[in-house]
Design a protein around this ligand. Structure first.
Ligand code: NAP
Length: 241
């Protein structure tokens, strides 16, 4: 059975990706950091739909913790490897730079950009050796255009987009593709509390996207038909730029 790891897989977009990959026959490793109940509910949903999965709790922003957990998983599963990695975990801490605290900067960069290194680096070698792998990084519209009040988040996601393009060129010859997805507004816990009615007016499609729509894009990118697509940033935003 092929294995996929989805960071931040317990809720929101990551959860929809876990369910979709499990329905495609992947054994899904659901990563999360703190909400045990949500993670267990996601795993239960995977299993009750006939899929296979496991939980792997670690903070993607913590290099040593991520390395220890991933090495532990590999030791417990000799001969297996993570063929699909979705770097999806992320947080928002919006504030104007004038008032942005150090923690708000470093935590947001940590959960998206440093996490890309912390998780991808240990999992890359087996993909390269097996000459088969898919890496999908969850960026954001904010990382493409920059949004006021999000210098931290825009920097994290913009960095992630550049890392995607650079790594794609490093590993393309080894049949590993690396792409980024840039969602606009998607209905999850991260967007609860935003003024949805006002924001919807600005979106050409006049609605927020659904996590399942992002998961469908991931499903396409992991498939064999997408093997010539690499180093790309694919927007999914209802026409909002
Ligand atoms: P969400 O509903 O807030 O879920 C976040 C997930 O990430 C949870 O599973 C959470 O685990 C996990 N997580 C957070 N920090 C982590 C860490 N340090 N280590 C491991 N796991 C961590 O978020 P979402 O809306 O689904 O967003 C998913 C990704 O899409 C993020 O990268 C986000 O930036 C990006 N994105 C979202 C939108 C949107 O409109 N929703 C738009 C553009 C981009 P716990 O449950 O344990 O906290």
């Amino acid at each position: 059975m092929k294995t996929a790891l989805v960071t931040g897989g317990s809720r929101g977009i990551g959860k929809a990706i876990c369910l979709r990959l499990a329905s495609m026959g992947y054994h899904v490793i659901v990563n999360y950091v703190s909400n045990d109940a949500a993670a267990e509910a996601t795993l239960a949903e995977i299993c009750s739909a006939g899929g296979s999965g496991e939980l792997l709790k670690f903070n993607v922003a913590d290099r040593e913790e991520a390395l220890k957990c991933l090495a532990g998983w590999q030791e417990a599963h000799p001969g297996e490897y993570v063929e699909v990695l979705v770097n999806n975990a992320g947080i928002r801490k919006d504030n104007l730079l004038l008032w942005l605290e150090g923690d708000e900067w470093y935590n947001v960069i940590g959960a998206s950009l440093n996490a890309f290194y912390n998780v991808t680096r240990p999992l890359l070698q087996p993909m390269v050796l097996k000459k088969k792998g898919r890496i999908i990084n969850m960026a954001s519209l904010s990382g493409l255009k920059g949004l006021p009040g999000q210098t931290n988040y825009s920097a994290a996601k913009g960095g992630l987009i550049s890392a995607t393009k650079a790594l794609a060129q490093e590993v393309a010859a080894r049949k590993v593709t690396v792409n980024a997805i840039a969602p606009g507004f998607i209905s999850t816990d991260m967007t609860t509390g935003l003024d949805e009615e006002a924001l919807k007016k600005e979106i050409p499609a006049k609605r927020f996207g659904k996590p399942e729509e992002v998961a469908a894009l991931v499903a396409f990118l992991v498939g064999d038909e997408a093997s010539y697509i690499t180093g790309q940033v694919i927007s999914i935003n209802g026409g909002l730029y």
